[in-house]
Design a binder for this molecule. Structure first.
Ligand SMILES: CC(C)(COP(=O)(O)OP(=O)(O)OC[C@H]1O[C@@H](n2cnc3c(N)ncnc32)[C@H](O)[C@@H]1OP(=O)(O)O)[C@@H](O)C(=O)NCCC(=O)NCCS
Length: 181
């Protein structure tokens, strides 16, 4: 039985994914613009969203995952996802996130990521949260920067995406890393 809370921010409610979200996830994460800067496949195959949501739930139960659907407070529409892959031994987690193309540029990713980092430190007892993005995807780095993460470096040709070796930037934030924005 999973036991994640609902996280409320000014404009968003972050809640656990349900299998009923699979169709919407396929539609939104199936957008080429979202697939192009993540490790998602394109086109997004039938059935993958169901498997992904089930795997998140298993991870939450094992204690190595925290994952929330990003929804608009009020109307409840699902607009994205945010996840931590937790390494308990090191009390660190890798952060990942995406927002539907139609909702970019309104600060939603920043709002959701801030809440997730805070949850990671306060509720999960993490010491460090880090994230990577394609170097050609500065919007993602900007979200991390706005959330108080520090740019730690660039891994050259670290990721093979659709047959091309691509540079990746890594950002991190420590629990005691200073004032939380
Ligand atoms: C990256 C992503 C999550 C950003 O979501 P968002 O809700 O638009 O993010 P926000 O509105 O909170 O912040 C985006 C910031 O990037 C900036 N930005 C956008 N495009 C940019 C660009 N080409 N270069 C530099 N900054 C850029 C915006 O101006 C904004 O910063 P500001 O508030 O200082 O103006 C979204 O584009 C997305 O889901 N992309 C596809 C999946 C992905 O890349 N996920 C991250 C994988 S690590």
């Amino acid at each position: 039985m999973e036991n994640q809370p609902i996280l409320a921010t000014d404009r968003l409610l972050l809640r656990s994914f349900a299998l009923a979200d699979a169709f919407t996830v396929q539609q939104l994460a199936g957008d080429y613009a979202v697939a192009a800067t993540t490790l998602l496949p394109h086109p997004y195959p039938d059935g993958l969203a169901e498997l992904w949501i089930a795997s998140l739930r298993e991870g939450i139960e094992r204690g190595d995952t925290a994952a929330f659907a990003i929804t608009l407070a009020g109307e409840g529409r699902l607009i994205g996802g945010v996840r931590l892959r937790i390494d308990c031994g090191h009390r660190r987690a890798e952060l990942g996130f995406w927002v539907a193309r139609s909702c970019w540029g309104r600060g939603y990713a920043t709002e959701a990521v801030r809440a997730m980092i805070e949850y990671g430190f306060s509720a999960l007892g993490l010491h460090r949260v880090y994230a990577m993005h394609f170097s050609r995807n500065p919007a993602s780095g900007r979200v991390m920067e706005k959330c108080g993460m520090v740019h730690e470096g660039r891994f050259r040709e670290h990721i093979r995406k659709w047959g091309v070796f691509e540079d990746a930037d890594i950002w991190g934030i420590l629990r005691e890393g200073g004032a939380f924005p």
